[in-house]
Ligand binder design. Structure first.
Ligand code: 9G3
Length: 562
């Protein structure tokens, strides 16, 4: 007995394939926005994904524990994150009025645990992990399990006395992740990534390729270079043109605001325009210049300027700082008012167009170095398709990806903040060097559903399908069919195959449609020839089907599922 409430119609508020199919095939039900019940089929699938994860964590030398979701605010106050996270961190207080966070991640908890119980360098390196429910109050939960407010994460944390030891575990985790996502049957890439708010330097994300992925991957068309677009380096060797520098001119440009409008007004390519943006970098206004056909990469701005926060200024703020609206900004005449940094591509521009810092006016024949100073040049722009790959091999192409894993070298970011240390061989207190490693388990289930489906429904890879075999007796009133179905159910069970027996008194068509929707790898139909011991086997993925005697069923299933 189980519960698989399949739906005929496509639910209105599900706008991607995996979300629609997981609802229609009875895998999930929404309990609140971004909050889901994993129905029996999803629970079985999650368990299979988790058992693959546990095997690989074991191989990587990690020990499993389970930390609380209820985290005392004191821990987050110690690390300072109680105040840096806003509404996304779900908070509550207990009956005594004490503050708690519902765990969005567990760096604070694990660091305090290890600090309490691991004092000597002899006990390191140590890698601990858990598979646990996380809470993050997303502003716009969407796409079903892909971006929920309560989700299942495997999070691992490693503790080291040296950077070399961290590198070793980081590489073992990398290998474990490659194995996990391969065994789940996913088409994925490991990409260089930005460590974001939690700091640390090297980090890699594991991206499942999908058109509905929220992340953009920049990859080389000839090598295995791949990076999150936030991170991908621009290594173009810009060449200065031989053009003569002309006289600076101030031109009236009524209502010309965007690069497109300005470049067509001056009848020049957007590459001849300078795009000027003003950011608040740790609350200090800064002007960033990029060539008109490029876009400012705010993650690069943050990393190059080593800033905590980078926010684009809105109209009011730019008005306040430079006395003009955003549509007419430019670097001429602003030196001294705020720092000016520029992307490398700007350095070789000649006779460019830019805003005149006066509403309705632009300058033409602007030349960097002559008409304005740049405090320094750096790589501030998003990489574009066709750019040379940073590894020097091939050209960059874009793909969309769903982030299902992310591994970080944290360093002492948390152990310092929480004064967590061990005694080294000289008896001196040293902060633990840490790594952390996450997998979105419920997100992985959704990503698999997104990659594995067809016009009839889900098509689960054999390693993580909720059951291996779908047994379908066509007519529940026919004793021969029912008894053979039950016999085959026992046969599967005796041979460690998970079988789902559809014993409903439904019309065959309904059973077959549900079977295609649920997407188990193999369907065995027990129909008219049951009395002869003959059944039909159908492979969900390929559609191929065989008529076999029940004596040959097991060898066939072994062959199909190997
Ligand atoms: C928060 C909230 C959201 C968050 C975080 C904290 C993301 C937060 C980054 C990580 C880093 C790693 C261990 C497993 C692997 C990922 N969103 N991150 O720290 F309070 Cl509300 O979670 N954590």
């Amino acid at each position: 007995m189980t519960l698989i409430p399949t739906l005929r119609e496509v639910p209105a508020d599900a706008d991607i394939k995996s979300h629609q199919l997981l609802l229609r095939a009875g895998f999930i039900r929404q309990t609140a926005s971004g909050v889901y019940t994993y129905m029996p089929l999803a629970k079985r699938t999650l368990d299979k994904i988790e058992s693959i994860i546990r095997e690989e964590m074991e191989n990587a030398g990690a020990a499993e524990l389970l930390m609380p979701a209820l985290q005392p605010a004191e821990l987050w106050q110690e690390s300072g994150r109680w105040f840096t996270y806003g509404d996304e961190l779900m908070r509550m207080h207990d009956r005594h009025g004490r503050d708690f966070a519902l765990g969005a991640t567990h760096e604070e908890v694990i660091t305090s645990i290890v600090n309490d119980d691991v004092q000597s360098y002899k006990r390191l390196p140590l890698t601990l992990y858990q598979i646990q429910t996380k809470f993050r109050d997303e502003k716009r939960p969407r796409f079903g399990l892909l971006r929920g407010r309560e989700f299942i994460m495997k999070d691992a944390y490693s503790f080291h006395t040296s950077a070399e030891s961290l590198d070793e575990v980081y590489n073992k985790m990398y290998t474990a992740y490659m194995n996990i996502f391969t065994r789940c049957g996913l088409d994925f890439r490991a990409v260089l990534a930005d460590s974001g708010a939690i700091g640390g330097k090297d980090t890699q994300e594991f991206m499942v390729l999908s058109e509905i992925g929220e992340d953009t991957i920049a990859y080389s068309d000839t090598s295995d270079y791949a990076a999150n677009i936030e991170m991908a380096e621009c290594v173009v060797d810009y060449k200065r043109t031989t053009e003569e520098e002309n006289e600076l001119e101030k031109i009236s440009t009524p209502n010309q605001k965007t690069i497109a409008e300005v470049s067509s007004f001056f009848n020049v390519n957007s590459q001849k325009c300078i795009k000027s943006l003003v950011f608040k970098v740790d609350d200090e206004p800064v002007m960033i210049l990029v060539r008109g056909d490029h876009d400012v990469n705010d993650i690069k701005v943050k990393n190059v300027l080593n800033a905590k926060s980078v926010e684009l200024c809105d109209h009011e703020e730019t008005e306040e700082i430079l006395g003009c609206p955003t549509g007419s900004l430019g670097p001429v005449g602003v030196n001294g008012k705020l720092k000016v940094y520029a992307d490398h591509a700007v350095k070789v521009m000649v006779n460019a167009v830019c805003g005149a810092n006066e509403d309705g006016y632009h300058f033409s024949n602007v030349n960097p170095g002559r008409d304005f100073e740049v405090d320094f040049y750096a790589d501030f722009r998003f990489i574009t398709e066709g750019d040379p790959s940073p590894d020097g091999q091939g050209r960059i192409r874009f793909a969309r990806g769903i982030e299902v894993g992310h591994i970080f070298k944290l360093g002492t970011r948390y152990s310092e903040a929480m004064d967590a240390n061990y005694l080294d061989e000289n008896g001196r207190a040293q902060n633990y060097i840490m790594g952390c490693y996450g997998i979105g388990v419920s997100r992985t289930l959704s990503a698999i559903a997104e990659q594995f489906n067809d016009e009839n429904g889900l098509v689960w890879p054999k390693n993580i399908a909720p059951y291996h075999v779908h047994l379908i007796p066509v007519n529940m009133k026919d004793d021969a069919q029912v008894s053979l179905a039950e016999e085959l159910y026992e046969l599967c069970k005796a041979n460690r195959y998970d079988a789902l027996l559809d014993d409903r008194s439904e019309r065959p068509g309904v059973k077959f449609k549900d079977s295609d929707l649920i997407g188990l790898p193999i369907r065995v139909t027990i129909g008219k020839r049951a009395s002869e011991g003959i059944v039909e086997v159908k492979v969900r993925k390929t559609g191929e089907s065989f008529e076999v005697d029940k004596a040959n069923l097991l060898p066939l299933i072994n062959d199909l599922l190997k």
